[in-house]
Every structure is written in structure tokens, then in C-alpha cells.
Design a protein around this ligand. Structure first.
Ligand code: KG4
Ligand code: ZN
Length: 352
């Protein structure tokens, strides 16, 4: 990483337009974000349909599709924003964590644009992007606050101390929340992607029908564990099959979802109260879950905590969130060189 001591080209009033690129998993995305909080365009090419027949993301196919779609989404993002490359202040790109082959496509595209134009390059952490999605629609939100990050690959409780400064206070010991949604959906025959399907089917089911476990991790009150819950669902399905009983998929989905939501809400509220913050935000694909949003809204209200959440389109993977995070990194003076590489297991708060 190349740091710059003085933030060049910023005089406090000059407009900052970030061209952002995201390709860490199965969405090829580009966006233009003005002054950190105004989304001028947000183009997402979702590969979901391509991966559905395989029951999950196939990394090789994802990379190939990113290569095919990348230039198109970047051009579309610039066109929809009414912005020429010459008006772009910096190019921000997700460089980790994620699928290495998928990340490399976005990183290479961003480096090429930066090299050809001289526009500064800023590498962004994917989870920092998810957290920053909260700044788009909540103009009043400023750190510090506590954020629950729940996506396909992560379940973290994070204290956002300042822009770009994080303390992870809770993490999953095994499966991420989204991963549990996807695996359970597959087991009850709903297919991929599981989260939105369980969300929808649960509305027809009884969340108290099956008493699935709410796992606690002995040594850390804020850590999560979802593998026991996933096994309990699989055991329940097996025992129904052995007894010749028909499974009510909606009841299983609703009861599983309730078990996940209860644990996420409990841990979150304990963390916000214990750390003494009055602001709480959610981020990541699972943050678009309607039951989770409803339960957190209620819990925050009861505890006198202000609740922030992005619209569902900014919860799942997108480049606008990378543009917001990229803006704050750029303002800090963070710059990357042409040796920027994809880092599949990049840690939150780590800058390489
Ligand atoms: O943040 P994201 O788009 O990608 C990662 O960074 O992982 O999250 C994707 C995850 C998937 O596991 C998906 O099933 C889950 O978010 N998800 C949901 C919902 N929408 C997406 N989970 C529960 N309810 C939803 N409505
Ligand atoms: Zn994500």
C-alpha cells in the first residue's frame, strides 16, 4: 500500500467522485458515488441464475462471467452517472476477502483504469463496504456504533470506532449465518440462493412449530455458532423421513429462521448495551431478511437504541457500498500501487 501524507487534490470543497468495482463473489458490479454518500449509479450484474443449477457459486464460472461482464458494468455505471472517466477522483475496488479468481478480475480492471488514466487506486475491504452501505441512506449516521455483519461468508459483531477503524467483538465459530440459510434451504428442497427463499417461505410457516436450539458459545458471549442448528434441522428431516412423516417445509424454514434471528438479536443487544453505544446498524446479505429486520427494529425500540439498516439492494453485494468505503479510505490518504493483489482472507481493519 502506498500512503500519502497529505491528501492530494482535496481542498475541502472540491467534489469527490469514486468509481467503484466489486467482484468478490457472484455479482459483477460497478458504481459511481459522489462525496461519499450520494449514489449516482449502482449497476449490478447478478450471476445467480448461472449458479442455481449447481446449487451454489462455482468459483471458476464466476470468474469467467466477471471477465465477460466487467467492462460493460463499468461503462454502464459511468453512463448512468453522467460521468466521464476524466471526472473521476479515484477508482475503488474490493481486493478481499472473497474468491481469489473473482477478486482478481475486479482488481485487474481497476488497475487498468488507473494505469491508463492516472486516477488514484484505492483497495477496499469487502466487509468495510458492507458496513459503509449504512451511510448511503442514513445521512446522519456517524461512528461510533455497533454493526452486525451477516453475509454468506461472515457473521461478525463489530464496533465501528471511526471511519475505517474497527474492533471485532464477536465472530462465528463455524458456519456464517448466510451459509446456514443456504444449507438449510438446500436440505428442505428450496434451492439456491437459500436466504431469500427461506425468508419468503417462512411467512407461510409457524416459527414455534419446531424447537430448534439457540447455540451459546461458552467462552465468548458475542460469538456465534450455527453448525449445531444446521445439524438439528438435518436430524429433524431425517427422523421425519424414517418415521414416514411428511415434512412441513414452511414450518421448518420459519422455525430455523426464528432460531437464527433470536441468537443474532440477543447477541447484538447485549453488545450494544455492554459497550454503551446508542446506535446499532446491520449489514450484509442476511441483513435484508425481513424477520431479522423486524425483530431488531423492535428490540432497538425497547432498548432506546437508534436502528440503522441499508435498503435490501445495498445489503447484498453491490459496488455503491465499495464506493462509500473507498471515499473514506481516499480521504484518509490511502492509495494502492499497481502491485495491488487479491487477498482472499483479508482481515477487517487490515490494510495491505
Ligand atoms: O453479502 P452477500 O450478498 O454476499 C457475501 O458477501 O457473502 O450475502 C449473501 C448471503 C447468502 O448466503 C444469501 O442466502 C443471504 O445472504 N441472503 C439472505 C437474504 N438475502 C440474501 N439471508 C436471509 N434472508 C434474506 N432475505
Ligand atoms: Zn458480501
Amino acid at each position: 500500500m502506498d500512503g500519502v501524507d497529505e491528501v492530494d487534490g482535496i481542498n475541502g470543497t472540491e467534489e469527490i467522485r469514486i468509481l467503484a468495482i466489486e467482484s468478490s463473489c457472484d455479482e459483477t458490479a460497478a458504481a459511481v458515488v459522489k462525496d461519499g454518500r450520494e449514489v449516482l449509479s449502482n449497476v449490478i450484474y447478478s450471476q445467480i441464475a448461472l449458479h442455481t443449477e449447481f446449487g451454489g457459486v462455482v468459483p471458476e464460472i464466476a470468474s469467467r462471467k466477471h471477465i465477460e461482464k466487467m467492462n460493460q458494468v463499468v461503462e454502464q455505471a459511468l453512463a448512468e452517472a453522467g460521468t466521464a472517466l476524466g471526472d473521476i477522483t479515484a477508482v475503488a475496488v474490493t481486493y478481499g476477502p472473497g474468491l481469489v479468481g473473482a477478486l482478481l478480475v475486479g482488481v485487474s480492471a481497476a488497475k487498468a483504469i488507473s494505469f491508463a488514466t492516472g486516477i488514484p487506486l484505492v483497495g477496499v475491504h469487502h466487509i468495510e463496504g458492507h458496513i459503509s452501505a449504512n451511510f448511503i441512506e442514513n445521512k446522519d449516521l456517524e461512528p461510533p456504533f455497533v454493526c452486525l455483519v451477516v453475509s454468506g461468508g461472515h457473521s461478525h459483531l463489530v464496533v465501528v470506532k471511526d471511519y475505517g477503524e474497527y474492533e471485532i467483538i464477536g465472530r462465528t465459530r463455524d458456519d456464517a449465518a448466510g451459509e446456514a440459510f443456504d444449507k438449510v434451504a438446500r436440505a428442505i428442497g428450496l434451492g439456491y440462493p437459500g436466504g431469500p427463499k427461506i425468508d419468503r417461505v417462512s411467512k407461510e410457516g409457524n416459527p414455534d412449530a419446531i424447537p430448534f436450539p439457540r447455540a451459546k458459545v461458552a467462552e465468548s458471549v458475542y460469538d456465534f455458532s450455527f453448525s449445531g442448528l444446521k445439524s438439528a434441522v438435518l436430524n429433524y428431516l431425517n427422523s421425519c423421513e424414517m418415521k414416514g412423516e411428511t415434512v412441513n417445509a414452511a414450518d421448518v424454514a420459519a422455525s430455523f429462521q426464528k432460531a437464527v434471528v433470536d441468537v443474532l438479536v440477543d447477541h447484538s443487544m447485549e453488545a450494544v448495551k455492554e459497550y454503551g453505544y446508542d446506535k446499532f446498524a446491520i449489514a450484509g446479505g442476511v441483513a435484508s431478511n425481513s424477520a431479522l429486520r423486524g425483530a431488531l427494529e423492535q428490540a432497538c425500540k425497547e432498548n432506546g437504541i437508534a436502528f440503522y439498516h441499508p435498503s435490501p439492494i445495498y445489503c447484498t453485494d453491490n459496488a455503491a457500498m465499495i464506493g462509500v468505503a473507498g471515499y473514506y479510505e481516499y480521504k484518509k490518504g490511502i492509495r494502492h500501487g499497481y502491485d495491488l493483489n487479491a487477498v482472499p482472507n483479508l482481515k477487517l481493519g487490515e490494510r495491505l
